[in-house]
Write a protein that binds this ligand. Structure first.
Ligand code: GTP
Ligand code: MG
Length: 374
């Protein structure tokens, strides 16, 4: 009998921008099927083949040429964004690079112009009040809850003509299928490994975050299983990705423990640092490591492994390093402390850009189940 595959949920432990994109890119080859749910309000940035990429819709796992990519039933699809992303990938890797690999559940819902207009982007009321991206995902979810087809459509309701005209790359590269949960169940049984790519972070959860400064859905591992249609007991690996200094988006975006200025950060880090959000391009807010927030993320997700990013902020000497043995006590003590709190190993560390500007990750030999493999 074939051993069933692993199902890994990758979750952000704070308020998003933990570097899930960089981390998923690092482990993309270990997983045969990459699933993305959620909406285009999250942007996952990473480097691949000396090029910077940002994925708002397509799973980061597209970089693994063998991997299947699934936009699951719980996804809120922005086809304009997806079309742009597919176009960029095809332009670089050839028109056939995604052929037969990208599956979209026909019951996934669409975020469309009327939803964008309801929220109004970064000029809208929702952005002013709670720092939301205002992209319309919340409005689309409200429409879905109304259970009335005049306010929202599923992808299966788009006519071929409209698809061809407005989203030619989606049309060319994607297959709209009827039963992604059934597909995921069968590949898992066949021994394939599945990665559920989470978006945003635990502190932004509608249910478990700091309401009202939250996103319009839960953001934790259980929700990823729900959105993909995977039974919860099949999720046997959870990777919690945390930054050494949590951030929140710009503006009135809610509580942030011991907030710091970018001047203070630049002094600590020993170089000029300032971060802007991937989607809205505004200067982020940053704060000290918050153990209570971390404990909450551990409670809600029971990680089997951790990824710690922005280690270069914790210890400037770690910048661009690729070997754990080169890390100083500041880093190793910190790693030991959070391993103790979470009762699982830090499998990966992010050390910022290397000399070529690409993001550097350090793998410590643990797999995503937390087992040492060498
Ligand atoms: P969201 O779902 O939108 O929260 O995405 P995310 O967790 O993938 O994070 P995102 O890519 O939006 O933001 C992380 C930013 O930090 C990106 O600009 C990365 O290039 C950068 N980054 C990732 N890891 C590190 C790290 O270890 N050190 C430094 N200095 N930067 C990093
Ligand atoms: Mg982002």
């Amino acid at each position: 009998m074939v051993k069933t595959g692993n199902v890994l949920a990758v979750v952000g432990g704070q308020f998003g921008s933990e570097g899930k994109g960089v981390i998923v890119a690092r482990i993309a080859d270990w997983y045969d099927v990459h699933v993305r749910t959620g909406g285009a309000n999250a942007g996952h940035s990473f480097w691949h083949d000396n090029q910077k990429w940002v994925s708002q819709m397509i799973p980061v796992g597209w970089i693994n040429p063998q991997a299947k990519l699934v936009l699951g039933r719980g996804a809120m699809l922005d086809l304009a964004v997806l079309d742009r992303e597919i176009a960029a990938i095809r332009a670089t890797y050839g028109d056939n690079f995604l052929d037969g690999r990208l599956l979209i559940d026909m019951d996934a819902f669409l975020v469309e112009e009327q939803h964008h207009l309801l929220e109004g982007g970064v000029r809208g009321e929702l952005h002013q009040r709670i720092g939301s991206t205002g992209e319309g995902i919340g409005a689309a979810r409200v429409a879905r809850l109304q259970r009335d087809g005049q306010y929202i459509r599923r992808i299966k309701e788009i006519q071929v003509d409209e698809m061809l005209l407005k989203y030619p790359n989606v049309w060319a590269a994607a297959t709209i299928v009827s039963d992604t949960p059934g597909y995921l169940s069968s590949v898992r049984k066949a021994g394939k490994n599945i990665l559920l790519e989470g978006t945003q972070g635990c502190g932004l959860s509608l249910i478990h975050g700091f309401w009202p400064y939250v996103t319009s859905a839960d953001t934790n591992a259980a929700q990823l299983a729900v959105d993909a249609g995977i039974p919860p007991q099949h999720v046997n690996q959870v990777l919690l990705v945390c930054r050494t200094y949590p951030i929140r988006v710009a503006g009135n975006s809610g509580p942030l423990w011991k907030e710091l200025s970018w001047e203070t950060m630049s002094e600590r880090v020993g170089r000029e640092v300032q971060e802007k959000t991937t989607v809205t391009k505004k200067v982020r807010r940053i704060g000290e490591w918050d153990s209570n927030l971390f404990r909450r993320a551990v409670t809600l997700n029971a990680p089997t492994a951790l990824a710690l990013t922005f280690v270069d902020y914790l210890s400037p000497a770690a910048l661009g390093k690729s070997d754990y043995l080169d890390m100083d006590r500041i880093v190793t003590d910190f790693v030991r402390d959070i391993e103790f709190l979470a009762d699982c190993p830090v499998a990966l560390l992010g050390t910022g850009p290397n000399a070529e500007g690409a993001w550097q990750t350090v793998w410590r030999g643990y797999n995503m189940s937390g087992e040492l493999t060498w």
